[in-house]
Design a protein around this ligand. Sequence first.
Ligand code: HEM
Length: 211
Amino acid sequence: MAKLSYHYPLSIRIWHGINALCILLLIATGISMYYVDPNRTLIEFSWAVKIHNITGVILSFSYLIFFISNITTGNRKYYKMPLKGIGERLLKQSQYYAFGMFKGEKKPYPITEQRKFNPLQKLFYVIIMYIGVPLVIISGWGLLLPESVIGAFMGVSGILITDVLHVAMGFFISLFLVIHIYVSTIGHTRSANFKSIVNGYGWIEESENAK
Ligand code: HEM
């Protein structure tokens, strides 16, 4: 019998809201700067630069909210990924997304009090929150304060390396966002997860003993 459980602490929800808005703005302004064309602009270049810089600074501070509250609220436990059997768990979840889901099979890793994310979600959340976002923030600060970047590394300009890293991570986060929103629709109902990240309550789909 499905029931609601308080799964999303307030600070995580506040971070998520700020983060989502910032990332959307950063993508729009980032694209405007990358494909700059005086005849066809999404956001006028000088405005795009200003908004991108300010939003990047806000994103950096909001990341601190995530990092600190993930530890202090205990939310971090949902991100723990024991390496033993990880391949098998990821395969099971991938098979469910690729085939099982369309055949009406049961979820291999339903949400319980102790498990908020399935193994694939967990892997992507760990990669995006502990590698992707930190790298985009660090490289962004490097581009904002170019004098802090090393001159060259193995003959290649430090600024060029920082720029490529920044654009690559921006692209990776944009791709993550599309998949993230699609996967979020595979919940108790199509809109259930979107309500959960706003009001804090997620649907427990099976009893605690569920494998
Ligand atoms: C319009 C933008 C976005 C929407 C509509 C959205 C939607 C959601 C929803 C519905 C959930 C709850 C489902 C779940 O727990 O898996 C969630 C959680 C999450 N989202 Fe997003 N998201 C957006 C942007 C982002 C971005 C840009 C990132 C990271 C760069 C992100 C990272 C996360 C993380 C890490 C969680 C789990 C939070 C936790 O409970 O610890 N989201 N999001």
